[in-house]
Design a protein. Sequence first.
Length: 247
Amino acid sequence: MGAVRNVLFIMTDQQRWDYLGASGHPTLETPALDALAAKGVLFRHSYCQSPICGASRMCTYTGRYMTTHGAHWNNIPLSVAEHTIGDYLRPLGVRTALVGKTHMAADAEGMARLGIERNSELGVLISQCGFEPYERDDGLHPHPSVDPNLRYNRWLNEQGYPGDNPWNDYANSAEGPNGEVLSGWSMRHSPLPARVAAAHSETAYMTKRAFEFIDEAGEDPWCLHLSYIKPHWPYICLLYTSDAADE
């Protein structure tokens, strides 16, 4: 058996298969994803096992039907007995980590029954679907109280965006003709540009964090699940420029 190869496992959320330039969409421009498609294989007849976000992800992580793994709806826990990508790769010496979203609910009852503390090393892995949570961010933060220590919010503060929840006030908001803030939670505002620079969007930020993980991992084998919430709602348009691409 050959040497273990590094794996970058990228997932976008709630994206139609044909909403890519590589799939022939007449309007949308997706140059980064198109470049990946050009270097790999683009499946035109591939189907998810569930239209529900959490259930579909659990099928991907376990390789099993939702009727088998049991997490058939959002916020229904994945059984502590289920093995995921991370559980299969770690014994091979592969560091498995997450940057972004999983939408996974932990099996708190199962862990309690087995005497597994949630904040223990094993408990954290089970609670994060078998991945080391390098930075988990499920991308829904309507109020600061939801996650008062959200790292992306702290980073936005460092970039000059004020407030307790700049994700909501800037990255997920647009500006009206009179300077009023228009929330991305309202779909009618989705065509408008966000109040953050392209380089400061959550997508660009998660990409930055992925690069930081890869640099940190060094020569050790790894599998990184880079999971973007976009284009999942709430959604605000992001103006893309060549300068942003260079950054």
